[in-house]
Design a protein around this ligand. Structure first.
Ligand code: KIV
Ligand code: ZN
Length: 501
């Protein structure tokens, strides 16, 4: 059996389905290019029938990257497949990913159908997709809860119809690792012609077993894994790419390899986290902020004597160069440029000049500038072109005094000023903002976090604002909590009128 495990990245499809993680086409291209550097084999770029934005993203990603195969998702519906084929027209290497639910629950409640009819629909969809592309992947949705005997019949039928890859999703994250592995083994033992297709895992993390299930699938013969950066995805997420890549690297004695350039793992993780406004949990395996931080005295003592005592991964292997993360006000443009490029951002001289000025301003307020800070600076630069910007904000607050905020917004070049009092500085500033922007909007959630430690730290604010029955997610950062909050609120408002392209 082949000892290469193919990495199918679905950050831009399953990952992007998460509320608040939506990216526009430009951002998706940025992620796709980074995934190309990372060395993924397949990029699932979207679900083209679902929206014009998704369609357009698949088109543009197909033009922007050439090494990875570009994949588009469909239901087992002819119209979906027509649209996916059209979206893939510029892809050098392309794949259509079609499928249907196969568990009794899906057959009965989703499709009001029968097992026999579902097999017929699966065969028809694969044959139809084959008219457009050679490489057709079939997914048996909720395969995790599908009876093995019936699943084997479905898999055999779709391979016969021409499927080159068959995906066995544990859609609800239900399986135990032993059972999921057993399922894959069962298919290898009972499906005629299985050697003509690659078997793929696609595990969700509802019970925290996505990575274990994926490994169990690999150990029983699966040679493609469907994963996302930072494990983002529906509900509790998908299997995380970095975990599988590093497990296979650390356990090289398994004799299995991937094409992942692991030194791009950390920058990719941070880029996705930043663009999707989705913080990485500090204790996340491989890419969490604490993944290499030894805090107990016993561990620190061991690591100082020899790193191998408590470190199974060299941080450099994932692109984390501990000694070069910290930049200060004395750092020059070259150091900034180098660190930004490690993080996946390449700017021309003029853009770099702008970011360098902001870097110096931040470095004046904050002694050390780390990767998180840099990503915030880059984000600020991206927001420069927004329609509504904060021009001025002054807040009076304290104990036994009235909390007052005066705010000037620049809306498409015109200045609007309002002041308000409130029951705290944040409330006063938000009230001033709502005097300028009088739309019916409701602040649903405000999440204020500091990045590191210290009273000079930058804080990050995630805001959710409801407007016209839809939720918008915004992000702001500043050493001033009130300014960061207003920025996050304004970020939401800037998204109201933009049709996702
Ligand atoms: O989880 C799932 O079953 C999916 C399929 C659409 C592949 O994401
Ligand atoms: Zn999924």
């Amino acid at each position: 059996m082949d000892n290469r495990v193919y990495i199918f990245d679905t950050t831009l499809r399953d990952g992007e389905q998460v509320p608040g993680c939506q990216l526009n086409t430009v951002e998706k291209i940025q992620v796709a290019k980074q995934l190309e550097k990372l060395g993924v084999d397949i990029i699932e770029a979207g679900f083209p029938i679902s929206s014009p934005g998704d369609f357009n993203s698949v088109v543009e990603i197909s033009k922007a990257v050439s090494a990875p195969r570009i994949c588009a998702l469909t239901r087992a519906v002819e119209k979906d497949i027509d649209v996916a084929a059209d979206a893939l027209k510029f892809a050098k290497l392309k794949r259509i990913h079609t499928g249907i639910g196969t568990s009794d629950s899906h057959i009965k409640y989703k499709f009001n159908s029968t097992r026999e009819e579902i097999i017929e629909r699966a065969i028809r969809a694969v044959k139809y997709a084959k008219k457009y592309v050679e490489d057709v992947e079939f997914y048996a949705e909720d395969a995790g809860r599908t009876d093995n005997e019936y699943l084997a019949r479905v898999v055999e039928a779709v391979i016969k119809a021409g499927a080159t890859v068959v995906n066995i999703p544990d859609t609800n994250g239900y399986c135990l690792p032993a059972d999921y592995g057993e399922k894959i083994k069962y298919l290898f033992e009972h499906v005629d012609g299985i050697q003509n297709a690659t078997i793929s895992t696609h595990c969700h993390n509802d019970l925290g077993m996505a990575t274990a299930n994926t490994m169990s699938g690999i150990l029983n013969g699966a040679r493609q894994v469907e994963v996302t950066i930072n494990g983002i995805g529906e509900r509790a997420g998908n299997t995380s790419l970095e975990e599988i890549a590093m497990i296979l690297k650390c356990h090289y004695n398994l004799g299995l390899s991937t094409g992942i350039n692991t030194e791009f793992i950390y920058p990719t993780s941070r880029m996705v986290s930043k663009l999707m406004n989705m913080p990485v949990q500090p204790n996340k395996a491989i890419v969490g902020k604490n993944a290499f931080a030894h805090s107990s005295g016993i561990h620190q003592d061991g690591v100082l004597k020899n790193k191998s005592t408590y470190e199974i991964i060299d941080p450099k292997d994932i692109g984390l160069e501990a000694d070069s993360i910290i930049l200060t006000a004395r750092s020059g443009r070259a150091a900034l440029k180098h660190r930004l490029s490690v993080l996946g951002y390449n700017f021309n001289v003029e853009q770099l000049d702008g970011i360098y000025q902001k870097f110096l301003e931040m470095a004046d307020k904050k002694k050390e500038i780390n990767d998180e800070d840099l990503l915030l600076l880059v984000g600020v630069d991206v927001k420069k072109n927004a329609r509504i910007k904060i021009d001025y904000l002054n807040v009076t607050c304290g104990v036994n005094c009235k909390h007052v905020a005066c705010l000037v917004l620049d809306i498409a070049g015109e200045k609007f000023e309002e002041c308000s009092s409130g029951n705290g500085p944040v409330d006063a500033a938000v009230k001033a903002l709502k005097k300028i922007i009088t739309r019916e909007m409701i602040l649903q959630e405000l999440n204020i976090q500091s990045i590191n430690k210290g009273s000079d730290d930058t804080c990050k604010v995630h805001a959710q604002v409801e407007y016209n029955g839809k939720r918008y997610y915004g992000f702001g950062s500043d050493t001033d909590i009130v300014a960061a909050t207003v920025e996050a609120y304004v970020d939401c408002i800037n998204k109201f009128d933009i049709n996702k392209n």
